[in-house]
Design a protein around this ligand. Structure first.
Ligand code: WTA
Length: 661
């Protein structure tokens, strides 16, 4: 668990930026009503979408926990994001402002502005290409391994238009990670790019994809989008350049959006879980789009006059929901950028706010802590006074970071919350709702569950935990946006989420509720760590380590980090014949980056001769973690060999000495 600050339960701050401030009691009263009749409540929200065919049943509960929302109803996500707006005055409204990475040599930034009509045209052409050239049909799956370029949302929407399921893999994942996900998803076509600019360098995505393709047998075609202009190898018969094939499609090609069932899959997105391989979270169309519509309105208070910026990468769920589908469905003007928020200068982000006049700003605690470190003069260089509402996401936000952004960009007046949710939930479930009713803010809190969602903090036995006491966060009722299942593993879906607390969804998070009823999510209760807000399973890192010839056993734990929240540290037992040392330490760090991707950088590798294990030979990560963060190890009666604790302690203090020296 990454939280090391104390929670300032008492401090309350009222935003002045909106008119709908209510007391906690008033919110709770309203919330209770929505939860008591949550089926009806959500049905009313869903009516605000446009359906090709109305649903027959709001919620099918015949096979729990495989709930199905709006059964019998038909719609299309690409239609909701494009066609609907093109029929109105929004046709010529800017949908996306894209900014490439600025060059160090001071060359002007490359900017593209796409109206809803432009986006509609492009998505139609790509859908036409998918259909005619690649013969993709409803129910097929495509893999997407793309950086933050406009083609990324375009291909996602084109797939959705045809009822083709897409699976995006974050561009910071390695060849192995990509191959594993593509094999599991049964993708037929892979869409990738020659490369991407990041911090002044080109990351060669096509070579990584080529490596991955050696380990997949189902992908028969690869579409390569040009971005970086670097040399790429095209394999005859398999690879094609997007520019070549799209140019053959007439500019006015259109494809009717498929009328898909509400409960059909829209996409599969892989998450790192406790044990085992990444889990493919399958999201539906009807429930998912309903939750996004609600949260865009209630939480972001999105209006037609707004410029909206969510800084997440589309490769993660935040980007799926709040860069692509949410804002486009609402007809918003959104920003997308390539590169990093602090490159080539620490003020890239604040200059984006100024240059495009951002009104709604959604970012992460890690980003904020990084900016704090660079100093506030970088913020003050720019006029950020257009911002009228902010939220953060991905990990708990420490009150210092919250106060810093609230003061410098929020002018101590705008609503600013920390939205809790996860890949599994599809959209935000616990948050302040300034677009609906807003309770006073407290620095670092998540606020209350959104209307229609019943969240609780419970003890081991599933009983409500006392105020101020840490417990497990669960969701009591089905909600629109929940996953349909884990791809190819329904049993795991039941076991991971619905077996710990019978009938309720177990989030895997620790949380507390304070005396006013506010929720504070503290961090993961399982073996998942959040590194710079990115979700990594320690299991994935460990299995990468033990594939190295020098490693016999490994335990990876998260330790607190000032900027990234948490960083992974590995404790490693070497095989006979291998000697610990700086060389090997470096080699193992590189090895893990190579196996999992640059997103997985081990902070340290510590060599030990034993690891704390239970009598059934399970590594007790809890104990390893306690040592690594210098906390009491707690109950170790189930340990097989208590000396192992001393061993881990020894390795840890030795490393501290080395670092000092
Ligand atoms: C954590 C990201 C505290 C939490 C959308 C959750 C948060 C995990 C918050 C999901 C927040 C996300 N406050 N913790 N505002 N938002 N988390 O799947 O531990 O990448 O379980 O989805 O992030 O991460 P995921």
């Amino acid at each position: 668990m990454s939280v090391s600050w104390s929670l300032p339960f008492e401090e309350k701050i009222s935003p002045h930026g909106i008119q709908k401030l209510v007391s906690e009691d008033a919110y709770k009263e309203f919330h209770n009503k929505t939860v008591n009749s949550y089926r009806n409540f959500w049905a009313n929200v869903a009516l605000e979408l446009e359906w090709f065919k109305p649903w027959e049943k709001v919620l099918d509960e015949t096979n729990p926990p495989f709930y199905r929302w709006f059964v019998g109803g038909e719609l299309n996500a690409s239609y909701l994001c494009l066609d609907r707006h093109v029929k109105t005055w929004r046709k010529n409204k800017i949908a996306l402002i894209w900014e490439g990475e600025p060059m160090k040599d001071g060359k002007p930034v490359e900017v593209k502005r796409l109206t809803y009509y432009d986006l509609y045209r492009e998505v139609n052409r790509v859908a036409y290409l998918f259909k005619k050239r690649y013969n993709l049909k409803r129910g097929d799956t495509v893999g997407i391994y793309l950086p933050m370029i406009p083609e990324l949302p375009i291909v996602m929407l084109a797939a959705a238009r045809l009822g083709v399921v897409f699976s995006v893999v974050f561009s910071g994942f390695s060849a192995d990670a990509l191959a594993e996900r593509m094999n599991d998803a049964d993708a037929k076509l892979l869409i990738t790019a020659d490369g991407v600019w990041r911090r002044g360098k080109i990351l060669d995505l096509k070579s990584i994809a080529d490596e991955a393709l050696k380990k997949t047998n189902k992908i028969s075609k690869v579409l390569v989008i040009r971005r970086a202009g670097n040399q790429v190898n095209l394999q005859q018969g398999r690879d094609e350049l997007f520019d070549d094939v799209i140019n053959e499609i007439p500019y006015n090609a259109t494809v009717e959006p498929e009328s898909v069932r509400s409960e059909d899959p829209l996409y599969i997105l892989y998450t790192s879980g406790t044990t085992g391989k990444p889990k493919g979270q399958v999201h539906d169309v009807g429930g998912y789009m309903t939750l996004l519509h609600a949260t865009m309105k209630w939480i972001f208070d999105i209006r037609d006059t707004d410029v909206y910026w969510c800084t997440a990468d589309i490769g993660w769920v935040t980007g799926h929901s709040y860069v692509v589908f949410g804002p486009l469905m609402e007809g918003a003007t959104g920003i997308m950028y390539e590169g990093a928020l602090d490159f080539p200068q620490p003020d890239r982000w604040s200059s984006i706010i100024e240059r495009y006049g951002v009104n709604i700003f959604y970012t992460s605690p890690t980003a904020i802590r990084g900016w704090m470190k660079n100093g506030e003069e970088w913020v003050k260089k720019h006029d950020t006074s257009t911002v009228r509402l902010m939220h953060s996401v991905g990990e708990p936000i420490n009150p210092e970071a919250w106060r810093w952004l609230f003061r410098l960009v929020g002018r101590e007046s705008v609503p600013f919350g920390s939205t809790w949710w996860m890949t599994e939930t599809g959209g935000i479930l616990i948050s302040h709702t300034p677009g609906l009713l807003m309770v006073p803010m407290k620095p670092g809190t998540n606020g209350f569950p959104i209307p229609g969602v019943k969240a609780e903090v419970v003890d081991e036995n599933g009983n409500a935990q006392k105020e101020g006491q840490r417990g497990y966060l669960i969701i009591r009722n089905p909600w629109p946006g929940m996953p349909l299942t884990i791809h190819k593993d329904p049993q795991k879906f039941v076991q991971v989420y619905f077996s710990k607390f019978s009938g309720a969804f177990y989030t895997g998070d620790y949380a507390v509720r304070d005396k006013d009823g506010y929720f504070w999510v503290l961090g993961r209760a399982d073996e998942v760590i959040k590194v710079a807000g990115h979700r990594l399973g320690t299991y994935e890192l460990e299995s990468a380590l033990i594939q190295h010839r020098a490693v016999a056993e490994a335990a990876v734990v998260g330790v607190p980090d000032e900027v990234k929240g948490e960083v992974p540290v590995a404790f490693v037992i070497l095989r006979q014949g291998f000697k610990p040392g700086e060389e090997l330490r470096k080699e193992l760090r590189e090895w893990v980056r190579g196996k999992v991707g640059p997103v997985a950088s081990l902070k340290d590798v510590l060599f030990v001769s034993k690891l704390p294990k239970t009598r059934s030979a399970k590594i007790m990560r809890r104990v390893v973690q306690a040592v690594a963060v210098g906390k009491p190890v707690g109950d170790v009666t189930t340990l097989e060999d208590e000396a192992s604790v001393e061993e881990v302690k020894r390795a840890y203090s030795q490393l501290q000495e080395e670092l000092k020296g």
